[in-house]
Design a protein around this ligand. Structure first.
Ligand code: AMP
Ligand code: TRP
Length: 343
């Protein structure tokens, strides 16, 4: 059958030219080199291979208290970082979750098919609710995974690139989808798979190298938009050990992390790097790494500043992402509404 003569079937199993990849990222906290090396850089490299959508999940952000102006600002900041890092608005849909109303609409339906027991078992909810106390934690925080399931299922997503911590949410997405497929027919939802990267998946904190570099721990984090001297200082002060020899040795987590960043940024093989630093000290490695980090971030920061200097253009780019993707979301929503008997 020629694809040219085929009309797209109104089911989830419609033939797709490329795997559909969807990921969401919260507009909260400053993006860091871990986000770049573990996620964004790969998204950029794979933008032709897959049919990619990256969603700035502002509806998820409001599951915990937010300052309104800061949230609005963080949403634009994140969009600008994505484009500045090389995501091409012509090939990838970068959009804001609240600009496509189908997310909230499908989330409501999924809420009605998600047992409370499943949500109660989510470790992210348990952790966050423990911090806030269940009296104060919002219902939105509890239902967070159903909204995430809606994000993913709306686009008949095949692959969801996420960190380890989100695997449980993808499993819940599959469980809800299977439950509804069993009841309404297997073509209702595509079952997505998590895509957890192995190399470069874990950049560690410079201050505490046994913990992941994270938005919530700025001391150990190399922020993508930080001034050059701030990042240089953090690298020069990075926690290492009292050893001397520069080797990829996992039992020396601080050194290993510096070397791993150097490897990812330089594209060199491990042996080559060990040779380069043979007989040299940690200070030399740190200086060389700082240069690599600064070189990588300089063009990103330049493009970022250009994008932020023209807010109308940035706004047009994210609206374009939403306009491109909204018809797909609408088609899935309609399919589900019809199956369930709404409308
Ligand atoms: P988060 O900052 O937790 O919202 O994560 C956003 C994306 O960046 C996810 O795809 C994570 O897997 C990735 N990521 C976050 N922190 C790191 C890290 N320290 N090393 C590698 N990837 C990370
Ligand atoms: N919960 C994810 C996180 O905190 C963000 C997210 C929301 C997401 N919707 C998504 C990730 C859909 C992947 C797919 O990192």
């Amino acid at each position: 059958m020629s694809t040219a003569t085929m009309t797209a079937p109104a089911t989830a199993t419609a033939t797709k030219a490329k795997p559909r990849v969807f990921s969401g990222i919260q507009p909260s906290g400053a993006l860091h080199l871990g986000n770049y090396l573990g996620a964004i850089k790969r998204w950029v490299a794979e933008q032709d291979q897959n049919d990619n959508s990256f969603c700035i999940v502002d509806l998820h952000a409001i599951t915990v208290p937010q300052d309104a102006a800061a949230l609005h600002e963080a949403t634009r900041e994140l969009a600008a970082v994505f484009f500045a890092s090389g995501l091409d608005p012509d090939r990838v849909s970068v959009f804001v979750q609240s600009h496509v109303s189908a997310h909230a609409e499908l989330a409501w339906i999924l809420n009605c098919f998600t047992p409370m027991g499943w949500l109660e078992r989510m470790t992210q909810f348990k952790d966050k609710a423990a911090r806030e106390g269940t009296e104060r934690a919002s219902t939105g925080l509890f239902a967070y995974p159903a909204l995430m399931a809606a994000d993913i299922l709306l686009y008949d997503t095949d692959l969801v690139p996420v960190g380890d911590d989100q695997k449980q949410h993808i499993e819940l997405t599959r469980d809800v989808a299977e439950r509804m497929n069993t009841r309404y027919g297997k073509d209702l939802f595509v079952l997505p798979r998590p895509h957890i990267s192995t190399t470069g998946a874990r950049i560690m904190s410079l201050a505490e190298p046994t913990r992941k570099m994270s938005k919530s721990e700025p001391e150990g984090s190399l922020e993508l938009l930080a001034p050059t001297d701030v990042n240089r200082r953090k690298i020069m002060r990075a926690v290492t050990d009292s050893g001397r020899e520069i080797r990829f040795d996992e039992s020396r987590p601080g050194l290993f992390n510096l070397l791993e960043m150097y490897q990812l940024l330089s594209g060199q093989a491990r042996e080559e790097i060990e040779q380069e630093f043979a007989g040299k000290g940690y200070g030399d490695l740190k200086k060389a790494l700082a240069e690599r980090v600064i070189e990588t971030l300089r063009p990103i920061q330049e493009r970022y500043n250009e994008l932020r200097a023209n807010p109308d253009h940035l706004e047009a780019l994210i609206r374009r992402g939403a306009d491109r993707i909204a018809p797909r979301a609408q088609a899935t929503l309609k399919r589900v509404q019809t199956a369930v008997g709404l409308g």
